[in-house]
Design a protein around this ligand. Structure first.
Ligand SMILES: Nc1nc2c(c(=O)[nH]1)N[C@H]1C(S)=C(S)[C@@H](COP(=O)(O)O)O[C@H]1N2
Ligand SMILES: [Mo]
Length: 881
């Protein structure tokens, strides 16, 4: 049933009325769509392109029901590029082209980074966004005000995702992006307010240079956001718009309902949907998606390099804005066949072209001989037809007579004779714009595979009595296209000749086989397990957990688990795939078949993934932050640079009174996405802030930068690259050791009393040791003795030195700290060399009531284990973190 309060286009009636009350000189009343052709007598004989027939989808597709987008009706013809969710789709190229100049909203490509915000029709007019930052007059504007207090405009704009045509890059070499075909482009008549009008009313201050935009879609790395330059936004010729209608109807949910920015001439990524904030700033956006998306890094930067070296992402020169010239052939279609015997003598080859920055496409050229000779195609610019009218359309003024910029795609065509086509191997198209930017012959491959625009090639194959045409690729994982065919046949697509064999060239060896995956399942085991069975085993006694849909019984491994029993218990009854895969070695994976007890049945699999997408809302006001069963988000609040490679990160907890909830001696897991590869990284850390601090927690992190010796540390570099204001996730506590105070320890849940600690650490291994050491020394009644051996390379590498010295001064009878350096300067009067068994033996006699805490690089832990065993320490006296 239709909501009685809304008209057929979904804009509440109330607004149309407000519109009608406006004085005529400011905004003429909205004519009903049927009046379009009669609004201005002078335009009577000018036909402007109007939207194609549209059918608003009403049906929620089955596949969407189980996703967070279960409220969004969609057209089933759209090709999904990233599985079911998030929704990233393009129409089949032919269907898109056949729609003509304007695309109906249900076939308009969609690029969603996450779930679609749900906005009810009756709430549309109350939607608010802010204009803030470097402005004299910060404003909060409702959509109702935007519709009534400002001039309304309508004009056509083509949006293009920067990933359009990326599949071609992925076939040459896998990029970090998903596979768009050539239909990541669509056009609509947008209605709204010119962005500069809104910004001018807020009065930007001196020094304002950028305009940041933020959407309402909550994503793994914060809200979607980006920025553009303020002077562009203020330039009328660039036509930046705040739009609420598309082809005369309310924006559909996938396209930003109820309000979005539309930035003509630029990559689609700048046109922020579900717009909530415009922030005027002096520098570019520090939003995660602005930094790690929509960039073209230099071609030699590999995925690994980009992941290891955050500097590539923060270099603004590699951010992309204006589109580059691009074109595609739409007819002949992919796999079209034309019969040579009963066919007209010419074939009309057709396609689209576009460029960026408002620049007109000035020529489109076709070659049938790989670029030796070219012919000029005819170009039709439907956008120009709107320049001749001055009228209202969909409640906005349509007047483009005063500007010459081109915001839309255009169509080219050329008649090719069947005989010349039969003699040719391929058809190429290339377009050029008014700045003489021309599509390149060769692909410019880059990590994100964006702005791919080499000559578009369709192959021609003579097969019996017909010609067969093949496009380069098919979108998503759909097989087909000459690129795949050539690659399979061993051709090198990057040889500068589309992978064709050059004369005298040796056939290339087939690609190397991938190393075999380690099997984690018991051979031949077929035991379906239901969700109820799994949930019954979410206890400490018999913890079952799931990895890749397979169920494992962790009971027998509780005592031996190097990560402590708690980490298995925390996963009980849950899907632990991500964490398991991120932190376990191949050796650990090879042990898994022993514990494999069955596979989740179909219903259980969906039930588990469903749960995952539900954000954890529990406990946002709870007393302690950490939850052993759920990842919790903490915002990076401050970053202190302690030395060239050491940082103290301060994270804000959920509320000012909240404590972290980490017992002394335990640690927590930190989860972050790799900036470039988006792969999940999980590591354990121990904070250095006081256990009882409220509202915040601090972590001391040594950043292992890449250098000529290696790639450096993934996690520490990703943490260092995270902009202030972004979140990381934490989960815990974990660990098999806890210090209760006064010499009392809990080891694997069993209490034990000790008289002294022998603490051995290296590098950042000091952090868990420091927690215990501090707990002992802060308590004047705790007479447990502590002896620390701390090994480092340089004096500057010693972490927490001041804090350790402050705690030990005046407490010399209760503790002793020995630092040893492997690369000391001549002035160093302390110990030299590594922490060795000999060093320990010389300084500290073994006793039965002592406990050794060891934390450092794996090699050091191994060496100490061996040495201490030789000195007579037993395994239950040794604690490795
Ligand atoms: N809030 C928000 N805005 C967004 C995105 C998004 O995920 N969230 N995707 C961007 C990208 S990359 C593109 S190409 C366009 C796509 O707009 P469309 O889905 O309406 O075609 O929206 C842009 N604006
Ligand atoms: Mo995009």
């Amino acid at each position: 049933m239709e909501d009685p309060k809304t008209d057929s286009q979904g804009i509440p009636e109330q607004i149309e009325k407000l519109d009608n009350q406006k004085p005529k000189d400011i905004l003429p009343p909205t004519p009903p769509p049927t009046d379009d052709s009669i609004s201005n007598p002078e335009d009577d004989n000018v036909e402007i392109p109007l939207p194609p027939p549209t059918t608003i989808p009403t049906q929620i597709l089955d596949v969407d029901l189980k996703t967070p987008d279960h409220h969004v009706p969609r057209d089933p013809r759209l090709i999904r590029l990233t599985g079911v969710h998030p929704f990233n789709v393009e129409a089949p190229l032919t269907e898109l082209f056949n729609e003509g100049f304007l695309t109906s909203p249900e076939l308009f490509y969609v690029r969603n980074h996450g779930p679609v915000p749900q906005v009810k029709d009756e709430d549309i007019v109350d939607w608010e966004f802010t204009v803030e930052g470097l402005v004299e007059k910060p404003m909060t504007i409702s959509l109702k005000q935007l519709m009534t207090d400002y001039d309304q405009v309508t004009y056509p704009i083509t949006l293009v995702c920067a990933g359009n045509r990326r599949k071609e890059q992925n076939v040459v070499r896998k990029t970090k992006g998903f596979s768009w075909g050539a239909a990541g482009v669509s056009t609509a008549l947008f209605t709204g307010v010119v962005m500069s009008e809104v910004i001018r009313r807020a009065k930007p201050k001196r020094g304002a240079k950028y305009i940041c935009m933020e959407g309402a879609d909550k994503l793994p790395n914060g809200y979607y956001g980006t920025s553009v330059k303020l002077n562009w936004a203020l330039d009328a010729n660039r036509g930046f718009m705040l739009a609420y209608k598309m082809n005369g109807e309310t924006l559909r949910p996938d396209h930003g309902k109820p309000l979005r920015a539309v930035i003509p001439g630029q990559i689609g990524g700048r046109s922020v949907k579900w717009l909530k904030k415009l922030i005027v700033t002096d520098g570019p956006s520090d939003n995660w998606y602005h930094i790690y998306d929509n960039r073209v890094l230099p071609t030699m930067v590999s995925p690994e390099e980009s992941a290891n070296n955050p500097k590539w992402w923060t270099d603004e020169r590699y951010a992309i804005f204006d589109l580059n010239p691009n074109s595609a052939i739409c007819y002949p279609e992919h796999e079209e066949k034309i019969c040579l015997t009963d066919t007209p003598p010419v074939y009309k080859t057709r396609g689209y072209a576009y460029s960026g920055g408002g620049r007109r496409i000035t020529r489109v050229e076709i070659t049938l001989d790989k670029g030796k000779t070219w012919r000029l195609a005819d170009i039709e610019y439907p956008e120009d037809r709107y320049r001749q009218v001055d009228r209202t359309l969909f409640g906005g003024q349509l007047d483009m007579s005063w500007r010459e910029t081109c915001f839309c795609w255009c169509f080219w065509s050329i008649n090719l004779s069947i005989s010349e086509l039969s003699a040719s191997k391929d058809i190429f198209v290339r377009a050029m714009d008014e700045s003489m930017n021309v599509q390149p012959r060769d692909m410019y491959w880059s990590v994100l595979g964006m702005m791919n625009n080499p000559w578009f090639r369709v192959t021609v194959t003579l097969e019996g009595d017909h010609l067969r045409f093949e496009h380069p690729t098919q979108p998503a994982l759909i097989p087909g296209g000459w690129m795949e065919r050539v690659k399979k046949a061993g051709g090198n697509l990057a040889n500068g000749f589309w992978g064709e064999k050059l004369d005298g060239e040796e056939k290339e060896a087939p690609p190397e086989a991938q190393p075999e995956e380690i099997s984690m399942v018991k051979e031949g085991l077929k035991n379906p397990i239901t969700i109820d069975e799994l949930r019954k085993h979410d206890t400490e006694k018999q913890p079952w957990f799931v990895v890749n849909g397979e169920v494992y019984d962790g009971t027998a491994f509780l005592d031996e688990h190097p990560g402590g029993a708690q980490s298995i218990i925390s996963a009980a009854g849950l899907d632990a795939t991500e964490e398991f895969m991120a932190i376990h070695s191949e050796t650990a994976k090879a042990m898994m078949p022993k514990y494999h007890i069955g596979s989740l049945d179909e219903a259980a699999r969906t039930a588990l993934t469903e749960g995952e997408t539900e954000p954890d809302q529990s406990g946002t006001c709870s007393e302690t932050f950490l939850n052993p069963k759920a990842w919790k988000k903490a915002i990076l609040y401050a970053k202190k640079i302690v030395s060239w490679d050491t940082r103290i990160f301060t994270y804000r907890l959920e509320h000012p009174q909240q404590r972290l909830g980490l017992p002394v001696g335990q640690h927590l897991m930190v989860r972050l996405r790799d900036p470039a590869t988006r792969e999940t990284i999980i590591r354990s850390y121990t904070p250095i802030s006081e256990i009882n601090d409220q509202g915040y927690m601090e972590m001391l992190v040594k950043v292992y930068f890449a250098d000529d010796r290696g790639k450096g540390g993934k996690m520490s570099q990703a943490m260092d690259a995270l902009p202030i204001g972004h979140f990381i996730e934490m989960k815990g506590p974990i660990g098999k050791f806890e210090y209760l105070g006064n010499g009392d320890c809990l080891i694997q849940g069993k209490q034990k009393h000790v008289k002294s600690f022998l603490m051995i650490c290296g590098g950042s291994g000091i952090t868990p040791i420091y927690q215990v050491f501090r707990a002992v020394l802060r308590n004047p009644d705790d007479d447990t003795h502590c002896m620390i051996f701390d090994g480092n390379r340089l004096f500057e590498d010693i972490l927490c030195k001041e804090e350790l010295d402050a705690l030990s001064s005046g407490n010399e009878e209760r503790c002793r700290i020995l630092h040893t350096l492997t690369q000391p300067t001549d002035e160093w009067t302390g110990l030299r060399g590594r922490v060795t068994g000999q060093l320990v033996q010389d300084n500290c006699a073994r006793t039965d009531d002592a406990l050794v805490l060891i934390c450092g690089p794996e090699a050091m832990e191994k060496a100490m284990h061996k040495a201490l065993k030789e000195q007579g320490w037993s395994d239950d006296q040794l604690m490795f973190f």
